[in-house]
Design a protein around this ligand. Sequence first.
Ligand code: ADP
Length: 263
Amino acid sequence: MDKKIREILNTKWAGCEVVYLDETDSTNVQARKLAEEGAPHGTLVVADRQHGGKGRLGRSWESPAGEGIWMSLILRPEISTLSASMLTLVLALAVEKGLRVVAGVDSQIKWPNDLILNGRKICGILTEMSSSQMDIQYVVAGIGINVSQREFPEELKTIASSLYMETGELFERERVVAAVMEAVEQFYDIFMATGDMSGLIERYNGRLVNMNQEVCVLAPSGEFRGISRGITSTGSLIVTMEDGTEREVISGEVSVRGVYGYV
Ligand code: ADP
């Protein structure tokens, strides 16, 4: 896949170097190693299969051979560590656009890091950072996109889907990667111009799957319900509680669910 990605990529820096692996533990792990060795901003690690694919909070990510896009992008943004979590949101917008351009689908975002198509998860994003004091050394943004799976293991059947299962079409993974990288550059520039989500709020909220609906927020301190009102310029999710007060939920340790199911 790597040669073909390079041939069709039309970007300035995203995917400037593509490292292709047939099989690996996790592209995030490999990208971190490369970043430690000095790999430049925009280096992309792509694998055909991961046997230790990671989700957030120690969860695992199912990454069967040849059926999805399992990739990690190395970023070296000059922003404070406090702003790094917003990159997950920027990448979600980029994947949403890439999927729309190549597959013609209208996916939605489940704050902060998942893409949903017809109620099921087709993409997850896991952003990891290395920093010293307040400076970011690098960020590794792992993106998993389900492309051609025809079915999922039992435990994922009700929550996961693929582009093929939703559209009946098979898409070339290289084209999806290229379109996502092009969109990454577009939204990353908008993000870096202000260092926050202010230039992207409307776009993000317009694609938020649970906008103005009741959600269940699973936080380490406990679970609560409220109405999701969209993000702030710093990428937190505003949730209106039953008593009318607003809570700003910071991403990180938090997951959001629909009240009746996954979304
Ligand atoms: P959450 O949606 O709970 O915030 P994460 O973003 O951490 O979860 O993603 C990990 C979760 O995604 C796993 O616990 C599993 O339920 C689900 N998952 C794992 N592999 C896949 C996949 N290929 N496609 C869709 N969902 C998956």
